[in-house]
Ligand binder design. Structure first.
Ligand SMILES: Nc1ncnc2c1ncn2[C@@H]1O[C@H](COP(=O)(O)OP(=O)(O)O)[C@@H](O)[C@H]1O
Ligand SMILES: [Mg+2]
Length: 271
């Protein structure tokens, strides 16, 4: 059943759902630059670090990267369960690559590196995308640079894309992780958004579900922007709640007070 706020605003679907399809991703120049830089790095067979606060859109950037890379010539493997120990991590990687996970850690590691070498012979460049990499166990961080070593460390047969919060950067900068960090030449951060970015994002996602008019008043957009702290996930949540609030009050325009109520910033007596 369609939710009542969607009916009220005559929207075909929830505008701020996480189920945004690849073709509907919001890619302003600042985000497109990040996508282009990652694609360029992968073409150069380099390693990449992508970091930013939770909700800034890192995983969505990866989806855009997947879209930009030509299918022929690249084999992308996405791993997001970074909380595994070394053996289980490589077992997961084996499964993602369609290999039989072997019993011992050494055998699993061997299977993965053999697979990477075989792809190299077929002129296919494998790309491992490790999302939530700030959660990687230290024993995995210790080991990743070994996975990058082919033919006496003379060949770049694999690109690693490590994605995580700024904690990941802090960890990589530690002396003990220098062997890995020094091999990652592209270090890209997704920075804060401007208020115009927030307005454009709201507009784009609303237009994708059939709303072409300004649904958020400009001061409510400004407040939403301040409260969300550059997290698109927070914008999604607050915008949805504010729309529900406005719909309950039969208001076709989402005004500042609706955002104040859902963000809990309304002063006492202001209701
Ligand atoms: N480029 C984008 N286009 C459309 N929606 C986005 C985009 N980036 C982020 N979002 C929205 O914000 C939410 C959080 O983004 P996500 O990429 O998962 O953040 P992160 O990985 O940095 O925590 C997504 O579920 C989506 O709704
Ligand atoms: Mg993510």
């Amino acid at each position: 059943m369609i939710e009542s706020y969607l009916r009220f605003f005559q929207l075909t679907e929830a505008p701020f759902s996480k189920e945004v399809s690849d073709k509907d991703l919001w890619l302003p120049p600042s985000k497109q630059d990040v996508v282009d830089e990652i694609c360029e790095a992968v073409h150069e067979r380099s390693q990449v670090l992508l970091y930013g606060e939770p909700g800034v859109g890192k995983t969505c950037v990866l989806r855009a990267v997947r879209h930009c890379l030509p299918q022929a010539g690249f084999r992308l493997t996405y791993c997001h369960n970074a909380t595994l120990g070394r053996r289980d991590f490589y077992r997961q990687l084996c499964l993602a690559l369609g290999l039989n996970p072997a019993a011992t850690a050494a055998a699993v590691f061997y299977a993965v590196s053999l697979h990477v070498e075989n792809l190299g012979r077929e002129r296919i460049h494998p790309v491992f995308l490790l999302d939530e990499a700030h959660l990687l166990h230290q024993d995995m961080l210790d080991h990743l640079h070994i996975l990058l070593n082919y033919e006496w460390d003379s060949r770049a047969l694999l690109s690693l894309i490590l994605v995580g919060t700024p904690d990941l950067l802090d960890r990589l900068e530690l002396r003990k992780n220098r062997a890995l960090y020094s091999r990652i030449h592209r270090r890209i951060s997704i920075g804060p958004m401007t208020c115009d970015d927030t307005a454009e994002y709201l507009r784009l996602r609303l237009s994708r579900v059939g709303c072409e008019r300004e649904l958020f008043a400009s001061d409510s957009t400004a407040l939403l922007h301040d409260v969300a702290g550059s997290s698109l996930r927070e914008i999604d949540r607050l915008a949805t709640d504010a729309m529900r609030d406005a719909a309950r009050r039969k208001k076709k325009l989402v005004e500042r007070d609706a955002v104040e109520r859902v963000a809990g910033t309304l002063s006492v007596g202001g209701r």
